[in-house]
Design a protein around this ligand. Structure first.
Ligand code: SF4
Length: 365
């Protein structure tokens, strides 16, 4: 493995640069320096342009500008919150479910999110990309297991690779008979839209496997004109897009923002896929909501937007046990509270409509 592009976008990496650009007050510089010495910092020009420096609660700044809160770890937080290491049979591969693997090619990103679940594994100072020998061993692992139908390129951000390098990897994966789906999780279309060039789009398309791209964005403002154009270049080339978002306190934990985000995805022809509960990564408690709040918001979303705009609210079970859908439940046995005393009520279900009103479902199958 080689050739990760770190030079595409102009990127702010030093706390002093954030202060000089007016993205953080000079008074917090010592705190920023402390955080930056522990966790990677990078903000592209495209993301910096989205930040309103006059708003102390700016939802974009909250995702990317370091905060002293990151220096505080809570009990239960963990450097490997979703158990990658326990399910990694060879370097670069996480094999958690029978039919799919994560393939972690690179350990760098265009931007570093303050809530990142792999914050202890990505960024400068770590290995930039999987060494060549490990890359070949990971490919051999996939080749030897016919049950692997889907390979999910993640990291780090796989679209930090040059189009030429990415094309080579995609071609090698697609040449494996049983690999039919290559899914790429990325923040590049939002953080560095110009990097989704014709060459990059060309690299994503391969013969022998279908490519899906999961675009990570958490606030509707991230889907800027340039980001929308980058997504359109992929969709117009025939690449299906799905979304990936994290529910974040002070960023998108209100129904109106979530609604706007999901509508924006669908307008961009991105099918909402995942809304993650924040993982228990160290120093991220100030950005997490409660699971109960997530369920409330998902119920509110159902009342506001069509099924096309509904993501699945998921929790990655600590320890590496995979994702569980944790959204609200709309169906329950009627013999709990509602419908009691009515003839036949014990054999009915109670079902919630989109307004939250309860109805009894008849006792037929
Ligand atoms: S882009 Fe993904 S891997 Fe990179 S910092 Fe953000 S959440 Fe972490």
């Amino acid at each position: 493995m080689s050739k990760v592009s770190l030079k595409r976008a102009t990127t702010l990496r030093e706390p002093a640069e954030l202060v000089a650009r007016g993205l953080a007050p000079a008074a917090v510089l010592p705190d920023l320096e402390k955080v930056a010495s522990r966790y990677a910092v990078a903000i592209t020009d495209d993301i910096a342009d989205l930040i309103d420096p006059t708003d102390p609660d700016d939802p974009i700044a909250r995702q990317f500008i370091p905060s002293a809160d990151e220096l505080r770890s809570e009990i239960g937080e963990n450097a490997d919150p979703i158990g990658d290491h326990t399910h990694s049979p060879v370097a670069g591969i996480v094999h958690r479910y029978p039919d799919r693997v994560l393939f972690k090619l690179v350990h760098v990103c265009a931007v570093y999110c303050r809530f990142c679940f792999r914050r202890e594994m990505v960024g400068p100072g770590k290995e930039t990309a999987l060494p060549q020998a490990a890359y070949r061993a990971a490919l051999d692992y996939i080749r030897a297991r016919r049950e692997i139908w889907e390979v999910i390129l993640t990291g780090g951000d796989p679209l930090m690779l040059s189009p030429r390098r990415l094309s080579g990897i995609m071609t090698e994966l697609a040449a494996i008979d049983h690999v039919r789906i290559i899914r790429i999780h990325t923040r590049v279309p939002v953080a560095d839209p110009a990097a989704i060039s014709d060459e990059m789009v060309g690299a994503l398309k391969v013969t022998g496997a279908a490519t899906w791209v999961a675009v990570h964005a958490n606030h509707p403002r991230e889907l800027s004109v340039k980001a929308r154009a980058a997504c359109a270049r992929m969709v117009d080339a025939g690449i299906p897009l799905v979304s990936q978002s994290v529910l974040l306190r002070g960023v998108n934990d209100d129904a109106a923002t979530l609604e706007a985000l999901m509508r924006a995805f669908v307008e961009c022809r991105i099918k909402p896929y995942y809304l993650h509960h924040g993982d228990l990564a160290p120093g991220t408690a100030h950005l997490r909501t409660t699971l109960a709040r997530g369920q409330e918001l998902m119920a509110a979303l159902r009342g506001r937007v069509s099924g096309l705009c509904q993501p699945e609210f998921v929790l990655d079970i600590p320890g590496g046990h995979g994702k569980a859908p944790v959204g609200p439940n709309y169906l329950s046995p009627a013999n709990s509270s509602v419908g009691q005393g009515e003839p036949g009520a014990e054999s009915r279900y109670r079902v919630l409509d989109y307004c939250g009103d309860v109805h009894l479902y008849p006792p037929i199958s």
